[in-house]
Design a protein around this ligand. Structure first.
Ligand SMILES: [Zn+2]
Length: 236
């Protein structure tokens, strides 16, 4: 069975607690065995640790670091990385994902025994949309892994040639897929695939067998199963 699940980031938005036990429970469906936890490494560690029993219900866990820091160095950075390592080991995560455009200093990441990964970016970011720009970073830091964000690929190239080029070039580096429908909306560009009906985005997942994390924005609880069922049907 394919490793697949949601990120708690799917619930982002006003007055929603993405770190509640209830939120995580909603994402544990019959067919989901993976979870990506979007987290702030300087947030209250007690709150994060309270989630550990819930995380045990998933076979695959990855963490997504907040993009609010510049990851340049100094005391705060040491605290961020120490907290991340501690939580990574406690929850048995397999990957920690970062947005490459926010990181100022990759050197310091090397000291921590964590599977670090970067994702290809959307068109609003300064860099890292193309195979060559992501490739430069991966060549510079050989231990770094990649997360293929198919929404970002689609936004940059709706023919999905870009996505296929990433897969061809980095088959061994890509350790996870981010999946959502693409829409141009003020609220979010991570649309629900069962509504956008971009089948070709989902079908691209069949070309590489790595864990899939669904990032579609879940406005209503009823979207969770509808979105999962739509995707799952196309994958099988
Ligand atoms: Zn993503």
């Amino acid at each position: 069975m394919r490793i697949i699940g949601f990120t708690n980031g799917c619930f982002h938005g006003k007055n929603r607690n993405i770190f509640s036990v209830a939120a995580l429970n909603k994402l544990k469906l019959k067919g989901t065995n993976a979870l990506e936890l979007s987290f702030d490494p300087l947030a209250d560690q007690t709150k994060l640790r309270a989630l550990l029993p819930e995380l045990k219900k998933f076979k695959y866990i990855s963490l997504h670091m907040s993009s609010r820091y510049d990851y340049s160095g100094g005391k705060i950075m040491t605290k961020i990385l120490k907290n991340t390592l501690a939580f990574y080991q406690l929850c048995g995560a397999q990957l920690v994902v970062l947005h490459p455009d926010v990181v100022k200093n990759w050197q310091i990441f090397q000291k921590y025994p964590i599977n670090w990964a970067v994702e290809n970016m959307d068109s609003n970011k300064i860099d890292f949309q193309t195979v060559s720009s992501v490739g430069r970073l991966l060549a510079q830091w050989p231990k770094l892994k990649m997360v293929l964000d198919l929404n970002h690929c689609y936004e940059n190239d709706p023919t999905l040639k870009l996505a296929n080029d990433f897969i061809k070039r980095f088959k061994n580096k890509i350790k996870e897929i981010h999946l959502s429908g693409h829409q141009n909306s003020k609220k979010t560009h991570h649309g629900l695939l069962y509504q956008t009906k971009q089948k070709q985005i989902v079908l691209t997942c069949r070309k590489i067998k790595v864990p899939i994390i669904i990032e579609s924005y879940l406005e209503h609880d009823s979207d969770i199963e509808k979105e999962f069922n739509y995707i799952n049907k196309l994958l099988n």
